[in-house]
Design a protein around this ligand. Structure first.
Ligand SMILES: Nc1ncnc2c1ncn2[C@@H]1O[C@H](COP(=O)(O)OP(=O)(O)O)[C@@H](O)[C@H]1O
Ligand SMILES: [Mg+2]
Length: 607
């Protein structure tokens, strides 16, 4: 199951399962496999060509300018390549660089193209998944954590596909190639080398990491101490009023001591590290050179000078490659974690997969709740809707009142199919809601919430949100009916005024009327007003209320309201408490009820 984790740089243990999941990324690579394979061919070519570099460099260092004696005119060009002649070697190096730059160029552009194509598909799929995810998913996942995690995952995968894999492969080729070469040149020297340099290189890297961790701790402590300074100087009056100087100071002193101790510890290890590098790593290299030189001199040298220098070059390159492996491996590990996580998201079931209804016949707007019981999926112990039954005929106004937490908004959510009832059902025109196609159902509904969210864009676009194909005239007519046209036209840019985060700020009442215009334009059969006027001052409430009256005409409306004045004319009022209907009737019936909850509320609000 998809779970966003808080730790950003999360490494996973490479298990069979995680690798299996990460392999699913290949389904995303598949459309670009041709390009990817060609990219790999270039990678193999450039990496293998890279092996000639230490070899030729060695020959260059060990070479001379004299031409070899056995030069004959009719031997092939390969035989004419005298690798003890530095001019020839230098020429070969130039050819090598040319080839390598060519291979690398194509490798990089191909890998980048494959990566970007793949990521585009993944990003599209991920966002599409997200917007089709059932509400419950958003209860389980915080949107902020979700988006930052997602973008972090994608960045890691991007780096890995684009460079890390290639880099890892290149280093492996260098290591394998080097081992083969040096073994051929001198297996004795190779054995000595292999027993020392790679081991040293890896120890050096792990050692370095350990020291980094220590200094990270010291940095964190330093940040803590800065917080103490900042907080107490900002709140200096509080410190003084409570004569807390001494207390604050001793707290500070303690963190400073910690920093000192941590830095000294890391300094000690750094000293050891440097000594280790000088003594062991450089010592090992010198030891090998010394051993090797012995082989090149004397009456029967077992090693040619050029080969010996090549040996040294391979050793240096190999040491560097070994050193880079741990970090590369860690990045790949992280990428596998990120991929696994992304694939989890991409495999979650969307609403359209869980809600399988297909019925698309016209919706009249008769709504019946039948013994409905519901608890939120992540809070199974709390029954939010407890056996509710009622019915609304097409065109009726049903009011829901009750204290906050009674379950009114939950009923609105259930109506829109955001959640599935735990028991019982909702019937629309005598059909179980489950059997109606979800988009078809929602197309016939509109919600005017308490908090209206306007999207970045113009007022026009915001009104047309529920019906993007609406004409300009329809939009203006809707705005007019919603009592919104007047204030819209008072803006210099009218309908084209930008709203949302980057646009102008609208008042609550103005936003509310835009939401109403949105709903009018959508022309729903079933309308839900969830405390649509609760947050308004009385002047805008009057305008909004008028607009709502217009909106409700001829639709089955569910009105959730705090202010009872807004629901007097409802055909039926349901009073809710703890997920149950405790009173039901018209305003007149309920207002007369002795000791009735509604009657009490009503008389309280009238005074
Ligand atoms: N998404 C949710 N997940 C879990 N519990 C919820 C969720 N939304 C609401 N609740 C709980 O369900 C109960 C009813 O909430 P709600 O329907 O919003 O009440 P009302 O709209 O009447 O104020 C409350 O106890 C609330 O804490
Ligand atoms: Mg509510």
């Amino acid at each position: 199951m998809f779970k966003p984790k808080n730790k950003k740089k999360e490494k996973v243990k490479l298990t069979k399962e995680s690798i299996h999941k990460a392999k699913k990324i290949f389904t995303y690579l598949k459309p670009y496999q041709g390009m990817f394979i060609i990219g790999w061919i270039f990678l193999v070519l450039s990496s293998s060509a890279g092996l000639f570099f230490p070899y030729l460099l060695g020959q260059l260092l060990g070479g001379t300018t004299t031409e070899s004696a056995g030069f004959s005119g009719n031997s092939s060009w390969v035989e004419q390549l005298d690798l003890t002649n530095i001019n020839i070697v230098a020429g070969l190096l130039v050819v090598l660089f040319f080839l390598q730059s060519l291979f690398s160029y194509f490798r990089i552009i191909l890998f980048t193209k494959v990566t970007e194509n793949t990521l585009r598909d993944i990003r599209n799929d991920a966002f599409q998944k997200l917007i089709y995810m059932p509400m419950d998913f958003f209860n389980r996942n915080k949107v902020g954590a979700l988006t930052s995690r997602l973008s972090a995952d994608i960045t890691i995968i991007q780096d890995t596909l684009r460079t890390t894999i290639a880099e890892f492969f290149r280093q492996v080729i260098i290591i394998v190639g080097s081992i083969i070469f040096i073994t051929i040149v001198s297996w004795r020297l190779a054995l000595i080398m292999l027993a020392t340099v790679p081991v040293m290189a890896i120890i050096a890297v792990l050692f370095g990491r350990f020291i980094r961790k220590l200094s990270k701790k010291a940095q964190d402590a330093a940040a803590d101490s800065n917080t103490i300074i900042e907080e107490n100087l900002m709140g200096i009056t509080n410190v003084k009023t409570f004569t807390n100087e001494q207390f604050v100071f001793s707290k500070y002193k303690k963190t400073i001591d910690t920093i000192r101790q941590l830095n000294i510890t890391s300094g000690n290890w750094r000293g050891l590290f440097v000594s280790f590098i000088i003594l062991c790593l450089f010592g090992a290299i010198v030891f090998i050179i010394w051993q090797g030189l012995h082989m090149t001199i004397g009456p029967n040298p077992t090693l040619e000078r050029g080969d010996f220098f090549a040996f040294v070059m391979f050793t240096v390159f190999m040491g560097a490659s070994f050193g880079s492996l741990p970090d590369l491996y860690a990045t790949i590990q992280k990428a596998i974690g990120a991929t696994e996580h992304l694939m989890d998201l991409l495999e979650e079931k969307t609403e359209l997969q869980t809600h399988q209804g297909k019925d698309q016949s016209t919706i009249q707007g008769n709504v019946t709740f039948k013994s409905l019981i519901f608890h939120y999926p992540q809070r199974k112990d709390m029954t939010v809707i407890n056996d509710i039954s009622f019915s609304a005929k097409s065109g009726e106004k049903i009011a829901l009142v009750g204290s906050s937490g009674a379950g009114k908004s939950t009923i609105a959510s259930l109506l829109q199919g955001f959640y599935t009832p735990t028991k019982g059902s909702i019937e629309i025109d005598d059909k179980n809601m489950r059997d109606i196609e979800l988009n078809h159902l929602r197309r016939h509904m509109a919600l005017v919430p308490q908090e209206v969210l306007l999207f970045g864009g113009s007022i026009k676009e915001n009104i047309a949100f529920g019906r993007p194909d609406a004409t300009e005239e329809e939009i203006i007519a809707a705005a007019k009916q919603a009592n919104a046209l007047q204030f819209i036209e008072s803006f210099p840019e009218g309908m084209d005024t930008e709203v949302g985060d980057r646009g102008i700020q609208l008042s609550g009442g103005q936003k509310q009327r835009i939401a109403i215009a949105r709903a009018i334009l959508k022309n729903p059969t079933i309308l839900i007003l969830d405390e649509a006027t609760s947050a308004l001052d009385s002047e805008s409430e009057r305008l909004v209320q008028e607009a709502l009256e217009t909106l409700m005409e001829g639709r089955t409306s569910f009105i959730i309201a705090h202010r009872l004045s807004t629901i007097r004319k409802a055909d039926k009022i349901l009073v809710l408490e703890n997920g149950r209907i405790i009173e039901e009737g018209t305003h007149e019936e309920l207002a007369e009820k002795e000791n009735g909850v509604y009657a009490n509320l009503s008389s309280l609000q009238n005074t």
